[in-house]
Design a protein around this ligand. Structure first.
Ligand SMILES: Nc1ncnc2c1ncn2[C@@H]1O[C@H](COP(=O)(O)OP(=O)(O)O)[C@@H](O)[C@H]1O
Ligand SMILES: [Mg+2]
Length: 265
C-alpha cells in the first residue's frame, strides 16, 4: 500500500470519529498526522506482511497514540506509537534506571528514550505472556512503534474497568490477583502502572486483560516494592465493594508475592 494512501485512510477514519468525539478531537486530529518516520516504519511492516491494513485510531493519549489494524491471518492488532516529547520523557527515566535489563542505558534524547520505552513494553508483555498473565500478545517493535494483539472486536477496543459494571466482581478480582501473582512470582515483574484504567474487560471472553506495560520493572529495581504496593492499592480500591471487612492486607500481599494469592469470596 502506498504511504500516502495509508495516511489518507487514517485521516478519513479520524474525521469520522471526530464527529462523534468532540472533546478529544484536537489530539485525535493531530494523531492522524503521522511523522514520516512512523509512516515509514508502518510501511515497512506492511511490506513484511505484519500489518495488512490500518483501520483507524483507537486512543490518543498523552504518551502514546493507539491504532487498530489488521495483521497477518486477518487478526486484529493494536499499534501503539509513543510520542516523542521531552516533557513526558523525564519521569520515564525512573522506570528504566535501576532495571538490570537496561543497566547499560545512558541518559538519551527523547527519541532514543522512546525506542527504549517501546522495547521495554514489548519485553514486559513477552514476560507477562510467558508467565500466563492475560495480556496482549507482543507482535513487533521498532523504534517508538509497538505492535500487539488487539483486545476488542471490529476496531472497538474492550472497555476499561473504569467504564464497566462487572457482573461478578469477586471472580474478576481473584483473576486479577492471580495475574499479579504470576507476574511477580513467575516473571519477576511489577507492572507499576496497574489500575482500572489499564485493565480492559474483554466481554466476549468474560476476562480482564492487563495492558500498558511500559512502566513495568523487574523486582531488582530499587523501587519495585513501592510500585507493587501502589498497584495493590489501586486494585483493592477498585474492587473495594467485594473486599471482605478486616482483610489482612499484609497477608494478601505476601500471598501474591509467593504466587498463591488468598482467594476473596
Ligand atoms: N492491545 C490493545 N487492544 C485494544 N485497545 C488497546 C490496546 N492497547 C491500548 N489500547 C487502548 O488504548 C488506550 C491507551 O493505551 P495504554 O497502553 O493504556 O497507553 P497510555 O495509557 O500510556 O496512553 C487503552 O486505554 C485502550 O483503550
Ligand atoms: Mg494506560
Amino acid at each position: 500500500m502506498p504511504r500516502d494512501q495509508l495516511d489518507d485512510m487514517l485521516a478519513e477514519k479520524v474525521d469520522k470519529r471526530r464527529e462523534r468525539v468532540k472533546d478529544s478531537s484536537d489530539r485525535k486530529a493531530q494523531a492522524a498526522v503521522m511523522s514520516p518516520r512512523v509512516s515509514k516504519i508502518l510501511f515497512d511492516m506492511h511490506g513484511k506482511g505484519t500489518i495488512q491494513r490500518l483501520v483507524g485510531i483507537v486512543n490518543a493519549g498523552k504518551e502514546a497514540n493507539v491504532y487498530n489494524a489488521i495483521g497477518a491471518g486477518g487478526h486484529e492488532l493494536a499499534i501503539k506509537v509513543f510520542r516523542i516529547n521531552s516533557q513526558t520523557s523525564k519521569w520515564m527515566q525512573d522506570y528504566i534506571l535501576g532495571d538490570p535489563r537496561f543497566a547499560r542505558y545512558k541518559k538519551k534524547d527523547s527519541r532514543a528514550l522512546m525506542t527504549t520505552w517501546a522495547l521495554k513494553e514489548f519485553k514486559n508483555l513477552k514476560r507477562a505472556r510467558d508467565a500466563g498473565v492475560p495480556c496482549p500478545e507482543p507482535v513487533a517493535v521498532r523504534e517508538n512503534v509497538l505492535v500487539m494483539g488487539f483486545v476488542g472486536e471490529g476496531g472497538t477496543p474492550a472497555r476499561r474497568l473504569t467504564e464497566v459494571e462487572l457482573a461478578d466482581p469477586a471472580k474478576h478480582l481473584n483473576a486479577v490477583l492471580q495475574g499479579m501473582a504470576d507476574l511477580i512470582a513467575k516473571a519477576r515483574l511489577v507492572h507499576a502502572d496497574l489500575s482500572a484504567f489499564n485493565l480492559l474487560y474483554d466481554e466476549g471472553n468474560d476476562q480482564v486483560i492487563f495492558i500498558d506495560f511500559a512502566q513495568g520493572v523487574l523486582m531488582d529495581h530499587p523501587n519495585a516494592r513501592k510500585y507493587f504496593d501502589r498497584d495493590v492499592d489501586n486494585v483493592l480500591g477498585y474492587f473495594a465493594g467485594v473486599i471482605p471487612e478486616g482483610l489482612d492486607r499484609d497477608a494478601l500481599v505476601d500471598s501474591i508475592i509467593a504466587g498463591k494469592p488468598l482467594r476473596v469470596e
